[in-house]
Ligand binder design. Structure first.
Ligand code: GLN
Length: 487
């Protein structure tokens, strides 16, 4: 019998609908895979064995339903998304044992589409980081080389998808946290347009930047999940009032003919870009050209300012969002404190990790009366410039392409002592969040030196996810497969 876990989501969903396999046997196969691989990769913060099996049994009892695109499909969800009755920690001590009484909108949508939730994936605490090493609980490892990082902050989701523990996972992306781990692990990830997926129930990091999106092993699989979770939700005031397209319909391997793809000079001429990532992207673009793509150079002149701009805005918003975790309204309360001030102080000191504290302090600083104009206001102005530059570049072509991470997955522990060096790793992803635009990360090959996956982004106009998916799918059909990890 074929290994169920090696199938694509699309294939498994089909087989389930046709009753070739049952929801129970599919769920059990994933749980077995989790059991076999978790000791090596530590992608999951919580595995929901009993609930998942129970859910699968009741789905089987009711029988397949063609109206439910994820009927019986096992998925995992980043632990920054609230799950009703299931502990949700955002990988922080301060939320240890916290059990939400509601589902995030995107999680609710997965349930309604028939999915089976296997459990919650690891992340950097409150999604702050690029390696999943900032989790208060465990460090996730890259399934393709367990001495290396899976990326972050949705590293648990990327690792769980890549290791075949599930068919898709939900992540969140504030400055690259879906696209970068997808690139470093070698799976597909989509950061939708800001407003495309409701943030209701997502534990906030930077609210004007955060977006929930899918990670899966193929573009078509991601498209299928995106269609399920996208759409308007009155409980998120920034949720777009737009109808949702069937992103997986009509995918065609010839979709690249006559497409104009912009290459931002500032990304490809960036001195931080490693030779092997550049080469893998260039090879993919050569393939694209052979398939009828016209490559044009575009400019994004303020790219250099994006990292500083992002970190000012993200930290400012984080400091404000995290104020609610005070041991009273939210979060674990410190014991035996003598007064209210000490209660706040101890609860927050004990509950938050080092990186989160650093960001709260920097965020509070840039918002303080004396510095607001110099930092926050200036960052907001540059943000606008960056967005305008993207829109100008996109007016001249159908989509843009860019590397995702300047280097392939690096050794665990190698960047942790230098936060600034870590922030530089986000150079190619975070300006997209500042602009609110959609981005898709596609594995385009293995690095010549490291033999680890390289991801390339396709970037589009607001709400143009369908086009990005169509282009990425066509490219994917013509690129070498990055293969499966031998775990
Ligand atoms: N690495 C970036 C940060 O630390 C992005 C994280 C994210 O997208 N959640 O802020």
């Amino acid at each position: 019998m074929t290994d169920i876990c090696s199938l694509s989501l699309t294939a498994v969903a089909n087989a389930l609908q046709k009753k070739e396999i049952s929801a129970l046997e599919t769920t059990q196969a994933c749980l077995n895979r989790i059991e076999a691989t978790e000791p090596k990769i530590a992608a999951m913060l919580l595995v929901n064995n009993e609930n998942a099996l129970q859910r699968a049994r009741s789905l089987d009892a009711a029988g397949p339903d063609p109206a439910l695109p994820l009927w019986g499909v096992p998925v995992t969800v980043k632990d920054a998304l609230s799950t009703k009755g299931i502990v949700t920690t955002a990988a922080s001590r301060i939320l240890e044992g916290y059990t939400p009484f509601f589902d995030a909108f995107a999680v609710e949508k997965l349930h309604k589409a028939g999915a089976v939730l296997l459990g919650k994936t690891n992340l950097d605490e409150f999604a702050m980081g690029s390696t999943t090493e900032n989790s208060a609980y465990q460090t996730t490892r890259n399934p393709r080389d367990t001495t290396k990082t899976p990326g972050g902050s949705s590293g648990g989701s990327a690792a769980s998808v890549t290791a075949g523990q599930c068919f898709a996972s939900l992540g969140s992306d504030t400055g690259g946290s879906i696209r970068q781990p997808a690139a470093l692990c070698g799976c597909v990830g989509i950061k939708p347009t800001y407003g495309r997926v409701s943030r209701y129930g997502l534990i906030a990091y930077g609210s004007s930047l955060d977006q929930i999106g899918p990670l899966a092993r193929t573009v078509e699989d991601c498209a299928c999940v995106l269609r399920v979770i996208a759409g308007h939700d009155p409980r998120d005031a920034t949720s777009a009032l737009l109808s949702v397209e069937d992103y997986a319909a009509g995918l065609d391997k010839n979709a690249l003919k006559g497409v104009r793809l912009g290459m931002p000079k500032e990304f490809f001429n960036n001195e931080g870009l490693s030779a092997e990532v550049r080469l893998a992207c260039e090879d993919a673009l050569k393939t694209a050209r052979n398939l009828g793509v016209e490559l044009v150079e575009v400019r994004l002149p303020h790219t250099e300012a994006a990292i500083a701009t992002y970190y000012i805005i993200a930290m400012a918003e984080a400091s404000s969002n995290l104020a609610r975790f005070d041991g009273i309204r939210y979060g674990k309360r410190a014991n035996s404190t003598k007064d209210l001030a000490e209660l706040y102080e101890c609860s927050r000191s004990e509950g938050f990790g080092q990186e989160v504290k650093r960001r709260i302090m920097l965020g509070t600083y840039v918002l303080s009366a004396g510095y607001y104009d110099a930092y926050y206001r200036k960052a907001a102005q540059v943000r606008r410039l960056l967005r305008d530059e993207y829109l100008t570049a996109l007016a001249a072509c159908d989509a843009l392409c860019a590397p995702v991470s300047p280097i392939t997955a690096w050794q665990l522990g190698s960047h942790t002592t230098d936060p600034l060096r870590m922030y530089l790793m986000d150079a190619f992803t975070l300006s997209l969040n500042l602009a609110g635009l959609p981005g898709l990360s596609l594995p385009v090959g293995l690095g010549k030196e490291s033999n680890m996956p390289v991801g390339m982004q396709l970037i589009g106009n607001a709400f143009d996810e369908a086009r990005l998916i169509a282009l990425a799918h066509a490219l994917e059909q013509n690129l070498p497969d990055v293969g499966r990890p031998a775990l």
